[in-house]
Design a binder for this molecule. Structure first.
Ligand code: UT7
Length: 323
């Protein structure tokens, strides 16, 4: 299996750190130093996750010179679907013109793209499908409390899409996926599901918004990224020195720096664009990949390591040889 094309899309509205200073007790300095973020994109009121996913998917299909009907299966990795059901992937496939093709969502929050790559690899390498379109797409701005300075500043909206296809040379070298759901409330949207349907009391208590134990997630993020990287490398029979590019989930610059320092990777091999997008959850890795490919930073034969973590708690890493 290989990635035939990759593309990204972000909504046009840009929210800067200075913008937040106007309505929150925060500063550009605090946000920059604590997170590395400067700007993020937020969807318009009438823009949903499928709209962003479709824009990225259209570009990926065009780059691969494919029609929507040439793809056998559509997967959308997202924590912010258009609806709880039907799956956003069904809407994406239909609007692209691929009615009748397989379509489903993958719900594992920020780890979605890593899990998605692994699931898609299983489907393509086993011969079930020839081509899969995997999109990481999010509109986290729709579910953060804009008055909560500890979460509002962190998240951005966007989408990154890859067309995966069967090929002689296999890009998928190894993976590690994991989850620990012992404490779902570490990072969750409490109301809206069957545990706590949305009602007036839930809305009055703000349970429809993202709740995060930031420090807990921070500690978990660093250790899980390091461990997942090493296990995935071991499965691929490679070592840290073999990594040409590390593309980490973009949640916090300090999380990335801490993991990279421990892994002893040179700075120039680590792709970071958090300053432009904030944390776009399942979209962050494919957006960073799309940028790197546009800038021609990645060449054929390079070993790219994707690593992420998120709500669940969940984590994962995939070792990939660029073809
Ligand atoms: O995609 C996966 C999900 N998310 C993550 O991976 C996020 C993981 N966590 C983090 O990135 C960090 O924990 C945060 C960026 C969320 C917070 O950074 P921190 O260095 O862990 O700060 P903190 O939560 O320990 O808060 C330090 C102080 C607090 O004030 P006191 O209690 O010390 O007086 C906060 O109230 O900073 C305050 N604070 C802010 N101050 C200015 C929190 N948010 C802000 C803000 N502006 N936006």
């Amino acid at each position: 299996m290989r990635i035939a094309s990759v593309a990204r899309h972000a909504p046009s509205r840009v929210v800067t750190n200075e913008d937040f200073e106007r309505w929150l007790d925060t500063t550009d300095e605090w946000i920059s130093v604590r997170t590395g973020m400067k700007r993020r994109h937020w969807a318009a009121d009438d823009e949903a996750t499928s709209d962003l996913a479709i824009a990225a998917a259209r570009r990926a299909l065009a780059d691969a010179k494919l029609e929507a009907g040439d793809v056998d299966c559509y997967i959308v990795a997202t924590a912010t679907p258009d609806y709880i059901f039907p799956a956003t992937a069904c809407i994406v496939a239909a609007k692209l013109g691929a009615v009748g093709k397989a379509a489903f969502d993958l719900s594992i929050a920020c780890s979605g793209f890593i899990y998605g790559l692994t699931v898609a690899a299983g489907l393509v390498r086993s011969g079930v499908y020839q081509r899969i379109l995997l999109v990481g797409a999010e509109t986290l701005s729709k579910i953060v409390n804009k008055q909560d300075r500890s979460t509002a500043i962190l998240f951005g909206d966007g989408a990154g899409a890859v067309v995966l296809e069967a090929s002689e040379e296999d890009s998928f070298l190894g993976a590690e996926l994991g989850a620990d759901g012992s404490n779902p409330s570490t990072l969750f949207q409490e109301a809206g599901g069957s545990r706590h349907p949305v009602d007036h009391a839930a809305v009055d208590a703000g349970l429809q918004y993202v709740h995060m134990e930031g420090r807990e997630v921070f500690k978990f993020a660093v250790t899980s990224m390091i461990a997942a990287t090493d296990v995935a490398l071991q499965r691929a029979h490679l070592s840290r020195q073999d990594i040409d590019f590390l593309i980490p989930h973009q949640a916090n610059r300090r999380i990335i720096d801490a993991a990279v320092k421990y892994l002893e990777l040179p700075r120039e091999r680590v792709l970071v664009n958090i300053q432009e997008y904030g944390n776009t959850s399942a979209a962050s890795i494919p957006i960073a990949l799309a940028e790197a490919v546009e800038e021609r930073r990645i060449s054929r034969g390079d070993v790219v390591l994707f690593v992420g973590f998120g709500a669940g708690l969940s984590w994962g890493a995939v070792v990939w040889r660029w073809q």
